[in-house]
Design a protein around this ligand. Sequence first.
Ligand SMILES: [Ca+2]
Ligand SMILES: [Ca+2]
Length: 512
Amino acid sequence: MKIRSFLTVLIVLLFFGSTPGFSAGSIQPSQQTPKHLTDISGNMSITVFDKEQVFDGYNLFALRRRNKATNKFDEGTILVTDMKGNVLNSLHSTDPRSRVSDPEMINSTTVFARDSKPFFWNLKTNVTQYFNFTAGTHDMEYNPETKTFLGKYFRDTGNYSGLPIKYNDLYEYDMDGNVLWFWNSSEYFPFNPELADGKTFRGANVWMHANAIFWDYPNDVIYMSARGLDTIYKIDKKTGDVIWGLGRLGNFTLYDINGNKKESLFYHQHAVELVGPNRMILYDNDYLNSSNPDPKVGRPRMVEIEFNEKTMEAKEVWTYTAPEEYFGRPWGDADRLPGGNRLGTFGWVSHDSYLTEVNPAGDIVWEMRINQTNQYAWGMYRAERFYDYFPVEVNDVSFDGEMLYVNVSLWDAIKTRAGRDITIRGLLDGEEIFTETIGLSPYYMKTGYAVNVGMSDFSGKFTLEVSDGEVTTEINLGEFGSSQTGLPLSPYFIPAIIAIPVLRKRSKKHLM
Ligand SMILES: [Ca+2]
Ligand SMILES: [Ca+2]
């Protein structure tokens, strides 16, 4: 079979399925115009939106309101917005000491979040389900395979310099609140006065200040960010042993993006998570970086680091440095998105909150800003992006009169830890030609998919349909006819060859 034309689509073709998403109708009548929402949405705006460079999606985040008169957080609200900033769903915490801060999607309709207790929130039905145990501090993880939770809890043991020493223990709970696993941090990180120096917080020696956990449950390990130590620790969930540290006090030789050896790659970091095998992203607050003119003021960054557990070398592979006015001593989040953009949460209450999407080159392609008022500041601790379709890029569509060659890149609609199976169907004028199940990569990594479709009489509109049973995306690849000797060149097609890693390749010839 000779390929007469090799064509590459350079733009992203998106054809949304019939899934309606979380329309404004999912906000319950009682929540339509409460003051908390008008207060916030009146100060929320989209300042950048380059539609050519972003996948349209939904933003999930919590805003915690700080009353400037009392200097205290007085309420919290979890929001889902579209890319234009319209609030589609909101959940207002009635807890005066609300801790809503880091909601995540656990499937295409359900948010997992924590207030004083962990809970699920169904965006379609607006039903919440609270679990009867305390949610701990900073971060909580949910494992959908075991239906268990991993939380982080402060424990005071002993005193130093007249202040209690605070440890950061980990607990795994089942849905009924039974403790299934306990990690005693004082066993693995006995208090070290040298490291505690200057690391006091809330009237205690919070010397490690573990502020993020990432439970890589498919591999039974936990990545824990110790902010006070400028180090990420990898913990073996089975044995509790600390496998390594990466950072100022860790075991890796560290290199910055220019290949220079560094003492540390980040200072008082937040929100570590994996974005690939041996690759992590995190938010570098750049706080207490002694190489800065004033260590108390830095330039916040998003950083991706590749680590090699054989050579014990870790190097920056992608970084973004935000403007000075985005700096916040605490808080922050960094996410890798489908297609390779990154989403940064610059939301500490010392300034307006920014949720900022940048392309791989570091240009801001989308941004939401929540302005402070004289009375209030809205802080954003973390954010997530999700979709009601499967983001896709068409890398190649070519037809030689008898055989159709298709090569696409796919991303999941929600961020998973383990990946999951989806179904791909090939349709000619709506008639199924083939169907198969493929595995989608975790953490919004790209999944390559290529297929060759050949038939004796191939004519009609060819569509790929990607579905998980709830979310369905149709990719319309165009009209083809077996009498054609090649496709006419449209403005979207230019002759070019781009090497795309293809994880799954199947040849389908003469299926009919
Ligand atoms: Ca986490
Ligand atoms: Ca995030």
